[in-house]
Design a protein around this ligand. Structure first.
Ligand code: ZN
Ligand code: ZN
Length: 346
């Protein structure tokens, strides 16, 4: 095998370069995977804009975290995988030993190991991720579909944590790929879905995924009165915020019924603050939750949904570009949100 490969290296704020680097060395616990497809992710766009992510990536570093590919080398201690296997590897694995892991909260692991470098010809999968969070892709599933597993696992966990019941009304604020996954999964749960988005194109995508009501909410226009009208004045049973702005966090609280549940799924910019309407939260018994990241169990569940054909890349990925165009792709995704994912082919 050659010793050089092309890879995207993130150098800092809006600064990345696709350039020749050494193919990663693997230790006896690791695997080397030839990336067949890497998907862009809102988190990567955020990291590109800011130049770093305190927990996930510190530049200069190889970049990208949603991928599927073929195993091309295995360390001598690796069990269960061999050269030629089609695999999808999650972007993290928990330690299984800390306070949080022992309580089943592996997403909050004190020593969560993150892996980056999907925008490259080859990626090293560290031993812990090989053992805990790498899976074979069944023959009938495409690399593109399989690569959705990481964001889907976050969404699946977020939805289950809010315990939707069939027939309940759930509002989803924000219709990027994450919001659209919420729409699809909420419909699979038998909920009535009200999709709240800024753009017509996003709303029509939500309709294709089964959303029952569409509420257009351009910036600064408060959709809460419309949501109340659609729910006999009562408000929705569950509101999911999938934007990550303090204003939309407030909308979510304002649109749930008494006894309803809010999930602040979208992470806001650092140092953001929201104020609490104490009377509303207390006398209306509103449950506020926030969910972050995924656990190996949810990665497995999400892969199951993909393998059963419930979730396909065609709804969430609408462009394909060679790795060489990554800088242009990132700039484009940064210029305005509301885009679907781009499949990067190294
Ligand atoms: Zn992601
Ligand atoms: Zn842990």
């Amino acid at each position: 095998m050659t010793s050089q490969m092309m890879a995207a290296v993130l150098y800092g704020k809006e600064h990345l370069q696709v350039e020749p680097v050494a193919v990663p060395n693997i230790s006896s616990d690791d695997m080397l995977v030839r990336v067949k497809v890497a998907l862009t992710c809102g988190t990567d766009v955020k990291v590109f804009r800011r130049g770093y992510h305190a927990r996930m990536i510190v530049p200069p570093a190889v970049f990208g975290h949603e991928l599927a590919g073929d195993v091309v080398a295995v360390g001598e201690n690796v069990e269960g995988f061999q050269i030629g296997n089609r695999v999808v590897a999650a972007n993290s694995a928990p330690c299984d030993d800390c306070f949080f892991c022992r309580r089943g909260l592996e997403n909050l692991c004190e020593d969560l190991l993150f892996n980056n470098g999907a925008y490259a010809e080859y990626i090293r999968i560290p031993g812990r991720i090989v053992r805990r969070n790498t899976y074979l892709i069944p023959e009938h599933v495409s690399y593109h579909d399989a690569a959705l597993v990481e964001p889907l696992a976050c969404v699946l966990r977020g939805l289950e944590e809010t315990s939707p019941q069939p027939g309940e009304t759930i509002a989803i604020i924000g219709l990027g790929p994450i919001g659209l996954m919420f729409v699809k999964l909420a419909k699979l749960c038998g909920c009535r879905v009200i999709a709240v988005g800024r753009r017509r194109t996003q709303l029509s995508r939500a309709a294709l995924l089964g959303a029952d009501e569409l509420v257009e909410a351009p910036a600064e226009s408060n959709p809460v009165p419309t949501i109340r009208r659609l729910t006999s004045g009562r408000g929705v049973d569950i509101a999911i915020e999938a934007v990550g702005r303090p204003q939309t966090w407030h909308w979510a609280v304002d649109m749930v019924r008494r006894g309803g549940t809010v999930n602040f799924f979208g992470g806001c910019p650092n140092d953001s603050k929201v104020s609490l309407d104490t009377a509303l939260l207390h006398y209306s018994e509103i449950t506020c939750k926030a969910t972050f990241h995924h656990t190996p169990a949810y990665i497995q569940k999400a892969l199951g949904l993909i393998c059963d054909g419930h979730i396909a890349a065609s709804f969430f990925v609408n462009r394909e570009e060679p790795l060489a165009n990554l800088l242009e792709v990132m700039r484009h995704l940064m210029s305005h949100n509301g885009h679907l994912k781009t499949a990067i082919i190294p």
